[in-house]
Write a protein that binds this ligand. Structure first.
Ligand SMILES: NC(=O)c1ccc[n+]([C@@H]2O[C@H](COP(=O)([O-])OP(=O)(O)OC[C@H]3O[C@@H](n4cnc5c(N)ncnc54)[C@H](OP(=O)(O)O)[C@@H]3O)[C@@H](O)[C@H]2O)c1
Length: 270
């Protein structure tokens, strides 16, 4: 294999099934070696064995519960010290979709750890190496739920809004370094996350709202190839997203001022 073909190593969290396993498949076929992370060692091994035999790439696995600090630190160590790492896919995540007042608070706490703390720490661990090598990408799997203000979406949507925000700000910090940061906002995608959340996907959504996982990941990678910083695979017209960004940016001059707005009728010092 020539150096030109060697793209480095992609580290993918939550790679034992679903979106993560599909990224593993696509990135191996693009010429990346892989480090796959998840809790279920048997499923990870099955994904790794198939990809080794089908693509000839080097595929390692790390069995880790990323909500456990000692396991998380093992992955952070790899990201800090393995100079072949060129891509991090922050994909592992869970979705609890219950009203806050009746939700299991310990489950929510784990979800906040997995969906927020983990991608933050892993990005922090990989960034210095990527920037010093002036190449590579961090792909953060957020969600369209980051945009939906609806019951049951307090914490899950909040974690995904955080990941989108982190990605957008990180882009302003690494711009020009040769490192890409992409937030991917999938809509309903056919994976086990739905049954794990107690939801029958086909009963919950009409067929025209459900995307197959291969199509979702292929679109997200096409978005990465074209330099998108935010990829919404379903969205027909990216101008719709840009209007939201422009409206937000238009608020900026008025978000911090010396006196309250006049509608509050607060007596201000002359
Ligand atoms: N499917 C959708 O409709 C959809 C839409 C928008 C965004 N997303 C996001 O896409 C990402 C992947 O979701 P998916 O649909 O592919 O879910 P999935 O099929 O349930 O897969 C989740 C993956 O995360 C791993 N994982 C879960 N908890 C973990 C932990 N504590 N430590 C390490 N790995 C853990 C699971 O493996 P183990 O059980 O082996 O650990 C599995 O590989 C998530 O961040 C999700 O929020 C999904």
């Amino acid at each position: 294999m020539s150096n030109e073909q060697h793209k480095g190593t992609a580290v993918i969290t939550g790679a034992s099934t679903g979106i993560g396993a599909t990224y593993a498949d696509r990135l191996a076929r693009r010429g990346y070696d892989l480090i796959l992370v998840a809790r279920n060692g048997q499923r990870l091994d099955a994904v790794a064995a198939r990809l080794r035999s089908e693509t000839g790439r080097t595929v390692q696995t790390i069995v880790a519960d990323l909500t456990k600090r000692s396991d998380l630190e093992k992955v952070e160590h790899v990201l800090r010290t393995d100079a072949t790492v060129s891509v991090l896919v922050n994909n592992a995540g869970t979705a609890s979709l219950a009203p806050l007042g009746t939700a299991d608070i310990d489950k929510l706490n784990s979800e906040i750890e997995l969906n927020i703390v983990v991608p933050t720490r892993l990005s922090h661990a990989v960034l210095p190496g990527l920037v010093s090598r002036a190449r590579g990408a961090i792909i953060n799997i957020a969600s369209v739920m980051s945009q939906l203000i609806q019951p049951g979406n307090t914490v899950y949507g909040g974690t995904k809004a955080y990941l989108l925000h982190l990605s957008q700000v990180l882009n302003t910090e690494v711009g020009g370094s040769g490192v890409q940061v992409q937030a991917v906002l999938p809509g309903a995608t056919r994976t086990e996350i739905w049954s794990n959340s107690g939801i029958d996907l086909d009963a919950a959504f009409p067929a025209e709202m459900i995307m197959e996982v291969g199509e979702m990941v292929d679109a997200a990678l096409a978005g990465l190839d074209s330099g998108e910083t935010v990829t919404i695979p379903s969205l027909p017209d990216t101008a719709d997203w840009q209007r939201l960004i422009d409206a937000r940016d238009a608020l900026r001059p008025n978000l911090s001022r010396q006196h309250p707005a006049s509608r509050y009728a607060v007596a201000v010092k002359a």
